[in-house]
Design a protein around this ligand. Structure first.
Ligand code: S3P
Length: 173
């Protein structure tokens, strides 16, 4: 059985972009937990937050993470808040290799300039929002990940590093 590879990290770190490239490289199926949630609810994450609130979103996220963790041979891109819940972090660490894609606040701000799809960053002072969240979250991402990969590497380089780690650290169960 092929263990999953899970990508975690801050909004804008490239979990979906790297995840898709990794899935193509390994010929695995790619799954984005946010996309599954949007499909189930029939609407965008920002609308779910606005109409039903963050706790409702986090419950959906927990269910989706649990379901994806029960499958095999997947590349899973998680939402930036998923691994902050210890229950999610535990099921993801059991399902395969968890990679923390580490990015600086500066790079996040550059990549997400003009973005309106992240409700947690829809504040007048986006820079303060990113810095505050990053300070709180970085230790949790690092603890959830089995390994850390620099998210500012070109996508192909990040993919090769992750493949190397996966091959070395037990791609099979
Ligand atoms: C969130 C990150 C988002 C999405 C939601 C909450 C977070 O996913 O799950 O807006 O708490 O960091 P991305 O990391 O894919 O942007």
């Amino acid at each position: 059985m092929k263990n999953n590879i899970v990508l975690c990290g801050f909004m804008g770190c490239g979990k979906s972009t790297v995840g898709r490239a990794l899935a193509a490289r390994l010929n695995y199926e790619f799954c984005d937990s946010d996309a599954v949630i949007e499909q189930r609810e029939g609407t965008a994450i920002s609308t779910i937050f606005a109409e039903k609130g963050e706790p409702y979103f986090r419950e959906l996220e927990k269910t989706v993470i649990r379901e994806l963790s029960e499958q095999k041979g997947l590349i899973i891109a998680t939402g930036g808040g998923a691994v902050l819940n210890p229950e999610n972090a535990e099921s993801l660490r059991k399902t395969g290799l968890v990679i923390f894609l580490d990015i600086t606040p500066k790079a996040v701000l550059k990549r997400l300039e003009g973005d309106t799809t992240r409700p947690l960053l829809m504040r007048d002072d986006k820079e303060a929002a990113v810095n505050e969240l990053m300070t709180k979250r970085k230790p949790l991402y690092a603890a959830a990940g089995h390994h850390t990969v620099n998210a500012e590497l070109p996508v192909e380089k990040a993919v090769e590093k992750i493949v190397e780690l996966y091959v070395k650290n037990g791609s099979k169960s």
